[in-house]
Design a protein around this ligand. Structure first.
Ligand code: GRF
Length: 186
């Protein structure tokens, strides 16, 4: 039986949010780190730290076909909550329905502002004085599900996208574990 407190973290790259989720787990346990990029740096880190990992290249596989393979791996580990952390793939409607209400994501903007990519450059270009990040439930519409928590950071005059990204990322590392520790209990 799937248990809400058994969390799988899905990554595609460096996995700094995944590391924060592992380090600050209180109410949940990270039972699997999964990636669509078998050579993702975060996967290597997870392996070295004794976590269960799953790496399966999504290249050349149909979206839903891949998601069914991924879903089977999650079921095998009795996962009850899926935390996307820099998972650079759009999930199929089939997958989102299969895990309805059990998938969360961290997005580097104050949703509903700046959905999609290049959020920091767009926040600066828009003249926003405040930026930040949001943890939300994943639904079929991109970056549009219920917001579970947000953290704000100031946008300073002269900030570049890279500078703002660093500031927001530090906030992500505090926000995501805090929200997930609550979410698995609700
Ligand atoms: C973060 O900025 C997150 O908000 C976005 O992708 C990035 C992932 O970074 N969804 P990391 O792999 O967790 O370091």
């Amino acid at each position: 039986m799937a248990e809400p407190k058994r969390v799988a973290v899905l990554i595609s790259g460096r996995g700094s949010n995944m590391r924060a989720l592992v380090a600050q787990a209180k109410a949940y346990e990270v039972v699997l780190v999964a990636s669509n990029k078998p050579d993702a740096a975060g996967l290597q880190w997870a392996r070295e730290h004794g976590l269960q990992t799953w790496g399966h290249d999504s290249k050349g596989i149909g979206r839903e076909d891949y998601d069914r393979i991924l879903s089977a791996a999650l079921e095998e580990h009795r996962v009850g909550t899926i935390a996307l952390a820099g998972f650079m793939r759009i999930l199929s409607p089939w997958f989102v329905q299969r895990w309805s209400g059990r998938i969360v994501n961290i997005h580097p903007s104050l949703l509903p502002k700046h959905r999609g990519l290049d959020t920091h450059a767009r926040a600066i270009a828009a003249g926003d004085e405040v930026g930040g990040c949001s943890v939300h439930i994943v639904t079929e519409e991109l970056d549009a599900g219920e917001v579970l928590g947000q953290a704000e950071v100031p946008i300073e005059l002269g900030d570049t996208a890279a500078i703002l990204e660093r500031r927001v990322l530090a906030a992500e590392h505090r926000l995501y574990p805090a929200v997930l520790n609550e979410f698995v209990l609700r």
